[in-house]
Design a protein around this ligand. Sequence first.
Ligand code: 7PJ
Length: 291
Amino acid sequence: MPATADFPLPVLNCAGRALDLSRPQVMGVLNTTPDSFSDGGSLYKQNGLDLEQAMARARLMCEQGASIIDIGGESTRPGAAPVTIEQELERVVPLVERIAAELEVVISVDTSSPQVMTEAAAVGAGLINDVRALQREGALAAAAATGLPVCLMHMQGQPDTMQQNPQYRDVSAEVSDFLRQRMSVCDLAGIPRERLLLDPGFGFGKSLQHNLQLLRDLPQLRDLGQPLLVGMSRKSMIAKLLDRAVDERLAAGLALAVLAVERGAWIIRTHDIQETADALAMCSALAEIGE
Ligand code: 7PJ
């Protein structure tokens, strides 16, 4: 996001680690769930998360160009087994701590649980990424107390049933209204605008048509004045257009990432780090020569 009067700081302070918002950035997804749709729990061994393997993955993600690593311990895939707070803490906190100690990267936690926010922040997390936009009881206060930046995402319904028959009068206006409301709520709770990122939540209670309308209308969301984060990597919206298996969605995902940056997105959440970093480097190169 270019520095403007509305957004004078091209750098976001993520627990002392700088996130450069003067150019598009890659957020790499590191799932610690045994049932993730995109990587099928590949970091698991019999008695839980393989911390060494997860660290190796995190290191590789940094080498490939991720400036943020997003660690999730809850699968939001429809039909996924619900996670207990103990399981989520166990999956997320030790890994955050190790990454904070060993790698120079912004660590994001993909969580809606206040306790996970608090404990992850205590061991070095730099960003809270909440697909429920801090609506769970206690989440707003917990996030505010960490002092960390927060990504507020829009979701219609709950993960289990959200894809059954999503309905909107005007998806872009409704997502925009929701995010604006959550920004005000955050403001009252002591999370200032400078610490907020927004995300329309592709695939979270949205049909293919809704996702496409949101992508087309991203400039409307950009006008809310906060950096936009988007995640379309490997999602079923690609399969609905192309009928591709999860591991065959890379080219489409890169196209969507570039289209999103062209429309004002600034952080791309993806499973395909190096390829996305290369694609975004082309966007940056073009942006840097100016009008
Ligand atoms: C998103 C997310 C997204 C943000 C997931 C998946 C499902 N967080 N967490 N935005 N998606 N901010 O990776 O396909 O789109 S989990």
